[in-house]
Design a protein around this ligand. Structure first.
Ligand code: SF4
Length: 486
């Protein structure tokens, strides 16, 4: 690639298609992001849309612009012919055949796509199918644009999408904009507290079923699975209960956790260094004796999603931390209770976080995988941000859940105080999305605490997630009006 210009390299790595027509015409480079923006803004002759297989299409909602792996738009609402509107994902490409060229026909992440949208036809067009063999209808936008592509190119800036625009805000935005800041803050605070108590109710059910230590362990595992590996972490916690792990020193608990998770490598690691060979042998010594107990219960490697994870966040590092945590602290609840009631109130949150962030492991603190070299500097197994999330999402709800049966209102009070005192963090994709829908380009209105961020998420789950009408039938604007008039 030596000697290639930036433009030549860009076309290789981030291709744009040049749209050319007649002589003397200045071609416009059209990127996939512009095609996505055209879909998002529905710059189409609505009422006349038809798929390549002859079905009429009505787009109730183009969906939510997805900034993570998977289809470009989530939860679009689309009606075909006279059928009732259906919820599904939408994938947008420049050319019809990009669906196959991008390998979506073999990727289960795209199984929920309801419509494939392409800006242009391809020569020798091939149908789009999902990994589970379902045929997907295709809409070619160039047959239906409401203005020439050159005009759209000149007037739409793909860099503005999806959040730097005042379009695509929810119906509730106008109502919220009219409210004084203190009313919005009160609304978000109450929604945040509601979320905390919802989590406490879930924790209560877990505690009643399996006891506080198993409930904390299950919550911890779920939190360490973060977004993509919550489900396998949950299953692992159910198959390998905390009571079984607590009988063991950390190194043996790791053998069981990594064994049931399906992460143990081959015993013959010829290329591995001595430290890894010794460690893997020790794990196998444990797993070899215990595996019959879990026969058929090991998780398949395919249950785990590793693509896109930072090496520091690989699940085997998290599991190593869980093993250390259980052996170091043996019982978590007494440690949590002590931190919650520490005499110095200002130190309570830090003490709770330290329970998780300070965990170390002689092998995994310096390794990212069995194949990696030992790093010169140790890296946290559970970073500070994750430790804080564990406190907010697991520990504080557990404290509130324990307060009633133990007749300890002081625990619930301490938990609520810590919750209210946390500053806001970098919002996740869902919080950003909801903030934009509710507040447009003023998303930071009052959202300076973690509790208010949680409030945003609660509103998302209570209203946005259940809406299939592009806001038309959502009752949140009415709730806002009632709240303001209290
Ligand atoms: S669905 Fe409801 S809460 Fe969500 S943006 Fe629309 S009006 Fe607002």
């Amino acid at each position: 690639m030596k000697g290639l210009t930036y433009t030549q390299l860009r076309d290789r790595f981030a291709p744009c298609l040049l749209h050319e027509t007649t002589e003397g015409y200045v071609p416009v480079p059209v990127s996939e992001r512009l095609a996505q923006a055209i879909w998002f803004d529905q710059r189409l002759q609505r009422g006349k849309l038809q798929t390549s297989d002859g079905r009429r299409v009505r787009v109730v909602s183009p969906g939510w612009w997805n900034l993570e792996a998977g289809p470009d738009f989530r939860r679009a609402v689309i009606a075909f012919d006279d059928d009732a509107p259906q919820l599904g994902d939408v994938e947008v490409h420049l050319r019809a055949n990009d669906w196959r060229q991008h390998g979506h026909d073999g990727d289960p992440l795209y199984n929920n796509v309801a419509l494939h949208v392409a800006l242009w036809h391809s020569g020798g067009e091939r149908p789009a199918t999902t990994a589970n063999g379902r045929a997907i209808s295709r809409l070619i936008m160039s047959d239906h644009l409401d203005a020439p592509i050159e005009q759209l190119y000149d007037t739409m800036d793909p860099a503005d999408y999806p959040y730097d625009l005042d379009s695509h805000v929810g119906r509730c935005e106008a109502r919220l904009r009219a409210l004084p800041a203190e009313t919005i803050v009160a609304l978000l605070d109450e929604a945040g507290l509601d979320r905390l108590h919802n989590k406490a109710r879930r924790m209560t059910r877990w505690i009643q079923r399996a006891g506080i230590e198993q409930a904390l362990y299950a919550g911890l595992m779920e939190a360490l699975g973060y977004k993509h590996n919550k489900e396998p972490m949950r299953r692992l916690a159910a198959r390998l209960p905390v009571a079984r792990l607590r009988e063991l020193p950390a190194a043996q608990a790791q053998g069981l956790l990594l064994g049931v998770a399906g992460f143990l490598p081959e015993r013959t690691l010829a290329a591995a260094d001595t430290g890894t060979r010794r460690y893997v042998k020790a794990l196998w010594d444990v797993w070899w004796r215990a595996r019959d107990e879990f026969e058929g219960g090991e998780l398949a490697r395919a249950s785990w999603r590793l693509a896109g994870l930072r090496p520091a966040n690989f699940p085997w590092r998290r599991l190593a931390a869980v093993a250390q945590l259980l052996s170091t602290h043996w019982e978590l609840w007494p440690k949590i209770e002590a931190a919650l009631t520490a005499r110095r109130e200002a130190q309570r949150a830090a003490r709770l976080e330290a329970l998780f962030a300070d965990v170390e492991d002689p092998y995994w603190s310096r390794r990212y995988s069995f194949a990696s070299k030992a790093q010169p500097k140790a890296e946290q197994l559970i970073g500070e941000a994750r430790a804080r999330d564990i406190v907010i999402n697991v520990v504080l709800p557990a404290a509130i859940a324990q307060a009633a049966p133990e007749e300890r209102p002081d625990l619930a009070e301490a938990a609520e105080k810590i919750f209210a005192g946390y500053a806001a963090t970098e919002p996740n994709a869902l919080a950003r999305f909801t903030a934009h829908r509710l507040f447009g380009q003023r998303p930071s209105r009052g959202i300076r605490t973690a509790a208010r961020q949680q409030g945003l998420l609660q509103i998302f789950h209570d209203f946005c997630l259940n809406d299939r009408s592009a806001c038309a039938q959502c009752k949140f604007p009415e709730l806002v009006a009632q709240f303001a008039g209290r």
